[in-house]
Design a protein around this ligand. Sequence first.
Ligand code: FES
Length: 135
Amino acid sequence: MILIGFFYAEQCSVENSTRRHPLQQETPQETEVPTRVELCKADQVAAGTALRVEAAGLTVAVFNVDGQFYVTDDACTHGPGSLSEGYIDGDVVECNFHNGQFDIRTGEVVSPPCMIPVKTYPTVVEGGAVFIEVD
Ligand code: FES
């Protein structure tokens, strides 16, 4: 009787656990596959400009740098600034709030007062639309 109770408890803990037995194969559903999210049409973002887009719970800035598209979080890492409303000079965007600057291609800080890089997203243009890949 005690053994049956132990077995039942063991089964319940396995069902409620996300841990996998070492011999259990990973199923395709458990593999992390990036999700592709359509943000806008490429022709909505002229060269040298940016567009603020909300999609999939994200608020991002889509930049067109000489025909190449890049996507970052729209929120400045320093404060309430919106990078899509910033000043763009080549591949640098200057925040519209305290004038900190970021590299649009990498998200790295170019100029203070920003200290933390802004998140960038893998970006694909396909069929005239701009997509990002999110985990
Ligand atoms: Fe962007 Fe301060 S909020 S530089």
